[in-house]
Every structure is written in structure tokens, then in C-alpha cells.
Design a protein around this ligand. Structure first.
Ligand SMILES: [Zn+2]
Length: 172
């Protein structure tokens, strides 16, 4: 199956992949700001690939879904008719995404549907999830003039130039 690959810059948001998304190996779980419910870790550990990626799993942050968000997910799933198709883990993923303002990575249609209903950002697994790319800018500490290249001193006032990070929030 040919998938269309997207390159997405997630900025500082939490990335919340479901079990399948992690198992695709396309999510950079080591370098990205991943957050999952404990149940996702359990599913992977108990699955056939558990042994292979156990080491990586230790670096993923986990969060326990709060009851109030679980209830919100349940209500949304009832409304969209997706409730029978969602596992407990799926619902926990949506609940955590809602609470932490995260971006869900999943190819599960019902999970995407409920996320959409709740105004949660989501993407399919056919992505190349890239780490936030940092672009550097240069700033004069004297007059505040910004430069896009490194200089010894400010062309205007002669003060020292320091480097600062320009966050690249552009999406492709
Ligand atoms: Zn200056």
C-alpha cells in the first residue's frame, strides 16, 4: 500500500501515538515529545514486538487519563456512533490528548472521528514525524537589531551579538 507521507512540525505539542502508530516505527519516540496512557505501553510490551522495542519504551512519558475527560470522550463517541468501535486504550488516548492539548497519531477511523468531534488535532500514521527544527537568529544586545548571520559586533551600535532560537512553526 502506497501512503502519502506528510512532514509535520509539531512544535511544542505532545504527540500522542496509538499502539499501531508506535509499531510502524515512523514516530521518533526517542526525540519527540511523546505522551501515552500506560495501556499503550502495556499493549506493546505484551505484543510480539515488545521485546524488540522495550528499550525505547522507557523514554516515553505516560499520563493517567482523568475521569472527567474519559466521560467527555464517552459522550462524544456516543454522539458520533463510534463508541462500540473504541477500545479502552483508544478512549484513554483521546482523553489524554484533550487534557494536554496533544496531537493524536492514529490510522483508526473511529479514533480520528471522535478526535475531530472534540476538536483534537490528529494525523494518520503515514507521516515522517520530524523533530522541531531550530533556526538560529542573531540579535544585538545593544540596540536590538536582528541579523540572520553571525557578526562580531552590531553594524549599527557596535554591541555584542548573541544567538537566539527562531522557532519554525511552518507546517507542510
Ligand atoms: Zn546594535
Amino acid at each position: 500500500m502506497v501512503k502519502k507521507y506528510e512532514k509535520i512540525n509539531f512544535g511544542n505539542k505532545f504527540i500522542i501515538p496509538d499502539t499501531s502508530a508506535i509499531l510502524t516505527g515512523r514516530i521518533e519516540i526517542l526525540s519527540m515529545n511523546c505522551l501515552v496512557p500506560e495501556s499503550v505501553i502495556r499493549e506493546i510490551r505484551h505484543g510480539k514486538m515488545g521485546r524488540v522495542i522495550t528499550h525505547d519504551l522507557n523514554v516515553i512519558k505516560t499520563a493517567a487519563p482523568k475521569d472527567e475527560y474519559m466521560e467527555e470522550v464517552r459522550e462524544a463517541a456516543m454522539e458520533t456512533g463510534d463508541f462500540p468501535y473504541l477500545s479502552q486504550t483508544d478512549m484513554e488516548i483521546v482523553a489524554i490528548a484533550k487534557e494536554h492539548g496533544g496531537v493524536i497519531i492514529s490510522d483508526d477511523y473511529s479514533l480520528q472521528n471522535v478526535s475531530s468531534r472534540m476538536g483534537i488535532e490528529f494525523h494518520g500514521c503515514g507521516i515522517d514525524a520530524i523533530k522541531e527544527s531550530i533556526k538560529w537568529g542573531y540579535l544585538c544586545r545593544g540596540c536590538g537589531t536582528k541579523y540572520d548571520q553571525k557578526l562580531e559586533s552590531c553594524r549599527i551600535c557596535g554591541h555584542r551579538i548573541t544567538r537566539y532560537a527562531i522557532k519554525n512553526v511552518k507546517r507542510h
